[in-house]
Design a protein around this ligand. Sequence first.
Ligand code: AHM
Ligand code: MG
Length: 338
Amino acid sequence: MVTSSKKFITLERFIHEQEHLHPAATGEFSAILHDLSLAAKLVWREVSKAGLVNILGTTDRMNISGDVVKKLDEFADETIYKAMDHGGHLCVMASEENEDILHIPEEYRSGGYVLLYDPLDGSSNIDANITIGSIFSIYKRISPEGKGTLADCLQSGYNQVAAGYVIYGSSTVFVYSTGNGVHGFTLDPTVGEFLISNENIRIPKKGKIYSMNEGNFNLWDKGMQNYINYLKEEDKATGRPYSMRYIGTMVADAHRTLMYGGIFAYPGDKKNPEGKLRLCYECNPMSYIIEQAGGRAINGKRRILDVQPTALHQHTPVFLGSEEDVKVCEEFLQGKRK
Ligand code: AHM
Ligand code: MG
């Protein structure tokens, strides 16, 4: 018999094995991750059909079975909510697509956890068939019981008990961490399972790629401009000039940064001093993953995960990636280097 060293471990089994590392675990938390992986498959199924909608016949936003065709981001938003609302493990949710917190329907039990999610990140890329993703973040509730509250959702990122994302790219990958390393699972669509593909991902200490919307260069402050000019200078010892890669989907740009190293940023600028990305839905979960993989994530002044959110949809500048790259960037932002 030919044997191979490859392990076929499903996400489901991996989650159970991780649960056994914590003797006090109730299984509640594992159940949330299971439900999320189901939501990811349902969203993937729709995302992968996106380009076919016109071919399969839709008129006036009605599909062939007579249902109204929803925008993909609305579909993803509802799908994730519905996959998660009845498990009995969550007390409240909040989604980037909704202004207010989302309560668990009265008929279902409330649990001990809180879920925040960005259902479809990079949605402006959908029509061009460019990679998009979903992002999630899980906290323990701080309210004592009953319905979850806004305060449950407005916790600092360091309180996250798990975070992750799903990237719908050339393959679909589910990446998550529960504070015990970062693990990636690739969807095998033929069996409908996420199989382990990247166990214990570590971000390189330093990379050679920078990723940001440089079209905003003239709106950035001097420190940021100096940093970009520095990255473009030639210097063999520090591997410059760096390459620039920018997809415009945070999930994809952050995932590449996680795998290859370097830096991803969305700085504040003259028009939007707090940048474009959201602290609770995008920056906290991504910062958690990057830190768990050995990287660094700051808002220019401090660690992202230490920021106390004051509003669900608040924005924050973000600089994340390889430890060394983010440190050098920070020195430029703080005027220590010019
Ligand atoms: P979205 O959540 O509406 O898709 O917007 C967020 C996206 C991020 O994925 C990405 O990093 C950023 O917007 C790109 O913005 P820009 O087009 O300004 O570069
Ligand atoms: Mg987004």
